[in-house]
Structure formats: C-alpha cells, structure tokens
Design a binder for this molecule. Structure first.
Ligand code: SAH
Length: 468
C-alpha cells in the first residue's frame, strides 16, 4: 500500500512556563482563550491592548495578568521583547498582526499569530488537559477543525479520574526509584499496575488501596528479561501483525536489521533503545555470534529485547540460530511470525505463488553465493516444470542462477520476474524470461532487496488495483 510521506515542519514539545514572561497582544475573545490556557501554568502574562473583555478585566483585577492599556505598535512590542519566552498576537488587525510577528521573528522570540500559521513560529495545538496529562493534537496549522475533532475523539477514551491516576504515579515515582533502581524494572511494575486493579483504584481515588497494590507488585517483582524474535514483514507497516505491533510497543530495546525501514521503526516505542545490527553483503556490522551474545546479555540484565527481522524470522532470517543460542543460555523467548518477502512481494506484484494449472509446489531457495563465489544448489530438484521457485538474495548471482536453471532443463523463455523493494511505495516489478531477466535487472539498475520468482505463475500476473 502506498503512503504519503510523513514530512512536517512542526515539532511538538512541552514547554515549562512557570515564571516565564509571555506577551499577549490583543484583549478580545481570541486572546482570552489563549490566556485562559496560560494562567494555570504560572506564566507572567502581560496583555497589551487598549480594551479587555470583562473576563480579562477580572483576571487583571486579580493580578493573574498585567494589563498595559495602549494602542499597540510593533515598536511597543519590540521594546518589551527582552526576556520573553512567548508572544501571542491576536489583534483584529491582520496587517498589524503580521508586522508584530515579523518583529518577534527578527528578535528570535517564538511568536504565534492566532489563525495565521504562515507568519507564526509556533502554533497552539488542540488541547485536552486532565491534571498533568496533556494531550495535544496538531495538524501543523493545516486543519484546526480536524485537530479539534480528533481531540474530541481522544477525550472520549480518556478515563474519568485520569488526573488522580497521574497524581498517584507522580507521588510514587521517587519512592519506587529507590526500591527499584533499574528503569526497566520500574517500567514492568508500572505496566502491571496499569494492566491490573491498581489502575482502577487510583482512577477512583482510592490511594491507600492503590499504594498497597503497588507495594505488592514491587515486592513480588523479579527482573524478568526475555527476547522476542519478531518478523516485521517485507516493508509495508500495514503488514505488521498485531502481536508484532504490541511487542514493538512494549520492548526496552530493539535490535534491528537493515531490512527494517524507517516506516516500520516509527512504530517502536519512542524511548526504546535502538541498536542496528544489520548485515550487509561482505560487510558484517556485528557478526551473528555477536548478535546472539548481545541478545543474551541484555535479557539477562532484565531487558525485554525485541529482535526485529525483515519478513519472517524463520525464513532465511537466522532465527533458528538465535533461538538455539537463547535455549543454550536459558533465556526465555517468544517467536512471532511475519509475512515473508515471498508472500508480500507476490501479493503486491499480483503474481500467485501456486496455481492449479501450472504450479503444484513452491520452493523458497537462497541465491546467496558461498564464500568462494559459487552456488551450490540441488538444481535437479529446483529446475522443474509445475513448480514455482522463489529466490531470496539472488540479485548478485542472477546471471548464474538463470543460466543454471536453463542448463538443468528449463527453456530459455521460461517466465521469470523480479520484485525490487516489494510492498514499499518504491516497489518495482520486472517480468521476462530466464534469458532476459539478468539484462532487465542490469539495465533498470535494480538494487537489493529484490526477490526473484521463476515459473509459469508469472504469466498469470494481474497488476493489482492501486492502493486506496
Ligand atoms: N527473513 C526474510 C528474508 C531475509 S533474506 C523474509 O522472510 O522475507 C533477505 C532477502 O529477502 C533479500 O535479499 C531479498 O531477496 C528478500 N527480500 C526481503 N525483503 C524484500 C522486499 N521488500 N522486496 C524484495 N525482496 C525482499
């Protein structure tokens, strides 16, 4: 499935505002909306405007804001910018707003001209606030109405009492750190707390019982590291299994291959440690033994380690070797299958792998050459009619592979296809014959990863409908 790029120029952060100076230019309803959000943070708010709404007037009388009653000019603003953390511009004069915004930009003070992201250096997202929990939705100023819709939907699922839960967790943070110094231990305890009755007790406000529950979990906690060997599929994140997605969200550490694209890594928990252990032909970043040792070392230290692999871990993925090493070391592990390149590429290229008329079997083989540069394969069992052959890692040996298949009995015009970066938005498919495929690959500059599919099924190819 094709997806558009996730490019955006806006970067969300959470800003500390207690004691920070904020200038607000304008005293109408738009300004009042922002001021209401700012007052609880303890910011020092100066409102520059001839007039104030009654509500702002009340805030000024209570000294929650400081009112400077002037007909504002850009010059007035410039004179007050020193030491300002933020500026909001919300007068009803668009030209004046623009002039003030450019003065702020010139002085490098973050400025938000309300409803005009084009001249703003920051924007205010749609916010839901429950105590210390703040959910912010931004569309980068592109569609504020959509942002508010999304916020409303998020609010529906935020439990009542969330502010109590977060308060409880905040109170217990430091005491728990003393009892369990390792962050992965604390995370496991909190997860069990949130998965169990602890969460409900804290949401209800039964702090006493929630604390007892937390104590019990803390006392009963023994650091339990494990390794998850997980297949991430061939590239399109839509092909991740639900199990893979859940473990990607739970892991402390992720060891990943070079077959794992950024699109997939985006689904890994943000603060999980990411370790690249990808292998490239003739250039091993970390040898297999090194990967095995790393998995074992981390699991024994109590980490939950996700070994994320392209496709399926048990198909040309050395998952078997890793599993054996884990068994030998006594490390608990789990295996989650993934959609292998053969399945993904075939489906997205519209080539069936078996077909009643022409392919009663399907063989997955590796076209990776041995160290001496030769291929040692049982050609007599591979070069057969009535069978589909899927060749992994076959790109660099493609001319030899096609020549051998021909030499062992398949005709030169036997159908064959090449799928480059299957299932990704850059997928390319080339169809030809054993005779033509090597040239097709070369003249089109096909690069790894690419999968070869050989057999009459290629003639049954139907180009799938474009993704919706
Ligand atoms: N465990 C993986 C295979 C790893 S071997 C799986 O089950 O898919 C690496 C080879 O897989 C590559 O050289 C290539 O032949 C194939 N491959 C993996 N992802 C691919 C993709 N998106 N498109 C085409 N081929 C791919």
């Amino acid at each position: 499935m094709q997806r558009s790029s996730s490019h955006t120029t806006w970067f969300p952060i959470v800003l500390r505002m207690d004691g920070a100076r904020v200038l607000v230019i304008g005293g109408g309803n738009v300004a009042a909306n922002k001021i209401q959000l700012l007052v609880p943070t303890g910011a020092k708010i100066e409102v520059l405007s001839q007039n104030l709404t009654p509500e702002l007037q009340r805030l000024a009388e209570e000294s929650a804001i400081e009112h400077v009653a002037i007909d504002v000019t850009p010059h007035d603003v410039k004179a007050r910018l020193a030491g300002c953390r933020l500026v909001y511009v919300a007068t009803n004069d668009a030209a004046l707003n623009r002039d003030i915004a450019s003065v702020c930009q010139a002085e490098n003070v973050p400025v938000c001209a309300v409803d005009d992201p084009g001249i703003s250096s920051f924007i205010t997202p749609a916010l839901s606030i429950r105590g210390a929990v703040q959910v912010a939705v931004s569309t980068g100023g592109a569609a504020p109405v959509l942002a508010r819709r999304l916020r409303a939907r998020i609010e529906e699922v935020l439990p009542a009492g969330l502010h109590r839960l977060v308060e409880f967790m905040q109170d217990k943070r430091l005491p728990l750190r003393e009892k369990l110094p390792a962050s992965s231990d604390r995370r496991q305890v909190w997860e069990r707390f949130l998965d169990g009755r602890g969460q409900h007790l804290a949401l209800k406000g039964d702090t006493q019982a929630a604390a007892e529950e937390l104590d019990q979990l803390t006392q009963g906690h023994t650091p339990q590291g494990e390794v998850w060997l997980v297949g991430a599929g061939p590239g399109d994140p839509d092909l991740l299994t639900l199990a893979a997605l859940r473990l990607m969200q739970d892991a402390d550490t992720v060891l990943y291959d070079n077959l794992i694209g950024r699109d997939i890594l985006n689904y890994v928990r943000r603060d999980a440690e990411r370790v690249f252990v990808g292998k490239q032909r003739n250039r091993h970043t970390l040898p297999q033994e090194g990967i095995n040792e790393e998995l074992i070392r981390r699991a024994k230290a109590g980490e939950r380690v996700l070994r994320l692999k392209g496709g399926d871990p048990f198909i040309f993925g050395r998952g078997g070797e890793e599993m054996e090493a884990l068994v030998a070391a006594g490390v608990p592990f789990r295996i989650v299958p993934g959609i292998s390149a053969a399945n993904g590429c075939a489906a997205y290229a519209g080539i069936p792998l078996t077909h009643r008329d022409c392919a009663q079997s399907c063989l997955f083989i590796t076209g990776h050459a041995r160290a001496d540069g030769t291929l040692e394969l049982a050609w007599d069992r591979i070069a057969l009619r009535g069978q589909t052959v899927v060749i992994y890692m076959g790109l660099s040996m493609l001319p030899d592979l096609c020549a051998q298949l021909h030499a062992h009995g398949l005709p030169a015009d036997w159908p064959a296809a090449l799928v480059e970066r299957g299932t990704s938005p850059e997928q390319r498919v080339f169809t030809g014959t054993l005779a033509s495929l090597p040239n097709l690959a070369q003249s089109n500059g096909v690069t790894s990863p690419a999968l070869v599919i050989v057999g009459e099924v290629v003639q049954h190819r139907v180009v799938p409908a474009p993704p919706t």
